[in-house]
Design a protein around this ligand. Structure first.
Ligand SMILES: [Zn+2]
Ligand SMILES: [Zn+2]
Length: 453
C-alpha cells in the first residue's frame, strides 16, 4: 500500500482490512490512522460511534462517560454484556472495542466532560457528542467555540433522530435552542447549584436501530471532518433529521443568531509554558502580568474565569465561612448544607478577577480553574487568551500532542503576542516544559477552523 505520490505509508496497516473503504475515491486511511477523536458519552450512541470509528481505523479514540452500566443499557449497547451491570461504561466500552481492531488505541475515561478545561477540545482533531442532556451539549458547544473546533452531535427518540455538525462560528448548538429548551435549563438552574441527579438525561423511548442510524451518521460526519472539504465529500452543515416511523429524512440548516453569547473564539491562544509546580503557584495577578507585560502597575486588568467559580461558603446561622475552589456547575445542591446546623450555606461566586482587586493574589488553583483551561485576560476591551496547558492526568499520555495550526493563526499570534520571542511554537505541556517562569512560548495552537472552514 502506498500514498498518492507512491511513498510507502509511515504507519503499519493491515492492507486487506481497509481495502473496501480505501476504494472510496477521497479516502485517506493514513490521515484517519493519525487522527485523534474524542467521543463524549458511552451510552447507546457512544457504543455505536466508537464501534464505527474503531472498524474504520481511526488511530486514537478517547471516550468519556461518568456513568455505570444499567440493565436498560443492554438492549441498545453493542459492547455491553449481561453481567456488566454496575461496571463503568467508558472503560468497558473501550476494552471491548479494542477487540474489534488491534490497529486502534481506545481509551475509556470515567469522567464528566464538564470537569475538563478547553484544552480538551484542542487536543482532539474532532469531537463527537453522544450525549443525552442539554447541559453537557452546551458545555461541549462552548469549548468547541473557544477552541475553534467542529463537533458532531446526535440525539434520538423512538424511531426518530437527528445528527448535526456544529462548526463555530458558522453554526452553534446554542443558536438552535428554543424558548422551551431555555425554560427547561433555567428551571434546572434556578438554584444555580445543580444536583447531578436533576441533570440526568430523561428516560426517553429509544431503540438499538435508531441509535445505530444516528450514530452511523455521526461517525461518518466525523470521518468527513477529518478529511476536510474536498471533491466528492462535503461535511454536513446543519442537521440531518431522520424519521424512521414515517420513512422520511431531510437536511436542516440553522441560522446563527446575532445575539448568541456562545461565539467567542479564543484566538490567537498563547501557551503558559510552566513546569507543574510553577503552574500551580500561578496567581491571577501573575497571569495578568504575563499576558500584558507592557501594562503599567496601575493599569486595570481583568482575568475572565471562563465560568462561574465558587470560592467560599458562608453559613449565616453559624456565622462561619469555609473555602471552596470549584466551578459552580460541578457543585451539587446537597453540598450547600452546613455540616454543623444543616442549613443551606450561601456560595460566594466570582466570574472575573480585577487587578488590582481583593482576589488578585489567589492562585488559579485556589480559584478552582479547571486543568488545561484557557483564560481571557482583558485590558479595556482588548483580550488576550492564555492556555494553562497541562495534560489532565485522567487523559492518556498520548494526548501530549501538538497539532499544526492554520497559517492565519500563526500570523495573528506573531503580530499580537506579548513577548519578543514570536517564533510560532507547538504546544508543550507543563510536564515536558523546562522553561523558567519568565519564558513564555507563543502559541500557534489555535487549530481546527482552517481545515473545516
Ligand atoms: Zn450561537
Ligand atoms: Zn451552619
Amino acid at each position: 500500500m502506498a500514498t498518492d505520490d507512491g511513498a510507502p505509508l509511515a504507519v503499519t496497516l493491515d492492507e486487506s482490512r481497509y481495502d473496501r473503504q480505501e476504494r472510496v475515491s477521497w479516502w485517506d486511511q493514513e490521515r484517519l490512522t493519525a487522527a485523534t477523536v474524542l467521543v463524549v458519552g458511552a451510552g447507546a450512541l457512544g457504543n455505536e460511534v466508537v464501534k464505527n470509528l474503531a472498524l474504520i481505523g481511526v488511530g486514537t479514540i478517547c471516550v468519556l462517560d461518568i456513568d455505570t452500566i444499567e440493565a436498560s443499557n443492554l438492549a441498545r449497547c453493542v459492547f455491553f454484556r449481561h453481567g456488566d451491570e454496575g461496571r463503568a461504561k467508558a472503560p468497558t466500552l473501550a476494552e471491548r472495542a479494542r477487540e474489534l481492531n488491534p490497529d486502534v488505541t481506545i481509551e475509556g475515561i470515567v469522567a464528566d466532560v464538564r470537569t475538563f478545561g478547553t484544552g480538551l477540545f484542542l487536543r482532539a482533531d474532532v469531537v463527537v457528542g453522544a450525549l443525552d442532556n442539554r447541559e453537557a451539549r452546551l458545555y461541549c458547544n462552548r469549548l468547541a467555540a473557544r477552541a475553534g473546533r467542529s463537533w458532531v452531535d446526535g440525539a434520538i427518540e423512538a424511531l426518530s433522530g437527528v445528527a448535526r455538525v456544529f462548526t463555530p462560528p458558522k453554526s452553534c448548538y446554542e443558536c438552535t435552542l428554543s424558548e422551551t429548551d431555555w425554560e427547561v435549563l433555567a428551571h434546572r438552574q434556578s438554584c444555580r447549584l445543580l444536583s447531578r441527579d436533576q441533570m440526568e438525561g430523561g428516560k426517553v423511548p429509544t431503540t438499538a436501530t435508531t441509535s445505530s442510524i444516528v450514530a452511523g451518521i455521526e461517525a461518518q460526519e466525523g470521518v468527513k471532518l477529518l478529511h476536510g472539504l474536498g471533491p466528492g465529500v462535503q461535511p454536513l452543515t446543519g442537521a440531518i433529521v431522520f424519521d424512521g416511523a414515517n420513512n422520511d429524512a431531510y437536511p436542516l440548516t440553522y441560522a446563527p443568531r446575532e445575539d448568541c453569547l456562545a461565539h467567542n473564539r479564543f484566538d490567537p491562544i498563547s501557551v503558559v509554558d510552566l513546569p507543574p509546580g510553577e503552574l500551580e503557584a500561578l496567581t491571577a495577578a501573575g497571569l495578568a502580568r504575563m499576558a500584558w507585560p507592557e501594562a503599567g502597575s496601575a493599569d486595570p486588568l481583568v482575568v475572565e474565569l471562563a465560568d462561574d467559580q465558587v470560592i467560599a461558603w458562608r453559613c449565616t446561622t453559624c456565622e462561619t465561612t469555609a473555602p471552596e475552589h470549584r466551578p459552580a456547575a460541578l457543585i451539587a445542591w446537597g453540598e450547600a448544607a452546613c455540616a454543623t446546623c444543616g442549613e443551606p450555606r450561601l456560595p460566594e461566586f466570582v466570574t472575573s478577577i480585577d487587578l488590582p482587586g481583593p482576589h488578585a493574589d489567589r492562585t488559579l488553583v485556589e480559584l478552582g480553574i479547571r486543568t488545561d483551561e484557557i483564560l481571557s485576560v482583558r485590558r479595556g476591551v482588548e483580550e488576550r487568551f492564555w492556555w494553562l496547558a497541562a495534560l489532565d492526568d485522567r487523559l492518556p499520555s498520548t494526548w501530549h500532542r501538538a497539532t499544526t495550526p492554520p497559517a492565519e493563526a500563526i500570523t495573528q499570534a506573531a503580530s499580537s503576542a506579548p513577548t519578543a520571542a514570536n517564533t510560532p511554537a507547538t504546544a508543550t505541556t507543563s510536564a515536558t516544559a523546562t522553561t523558567s517562569a519568565a519564558t513564555i512560548s507563543v502559541a500557534a495552537e489555535s487549530v481546527g477552523g482552517g481545515r473545516n472552514g
